[in-house]
Write a new protein. Sequence first.
Length: 122
Amino acid sequence: MPNFKNGRLSEDIKREISGLIREEIKDPRVRDKLVSVVRTELSGDNSHCKVYISCIEGEAAAKDAVKGLESASGMIKKHISGVMRMKKCPELKFIADNSIEHSAEISEMLKKIDAGEAEKES
């Protein structure tokens, strides 16, 4: 049976980290990029949380943003434990992901295919 509480907590953590990235984190490695939290995976005992970070500029920019988020992880954990009133805040592990860059590439391919079909119809 799936643990629905775990899924809700994971989504709440994702929402809080996304808000912090937009408003609170001043690190230029994070602030100067279009950083997005793709997904979070919370362990069964809520002791570890993997946070997947993606950047539209590419995976290299996402890796740089991960370094900035790792340096701010203490502040992020303090905020999460205060807002969500958790007994123990999970250890956050930030992982670079290239899903936004990949989806942008797919979108460009689909536009090219659509433009090619429009030319055939003309």
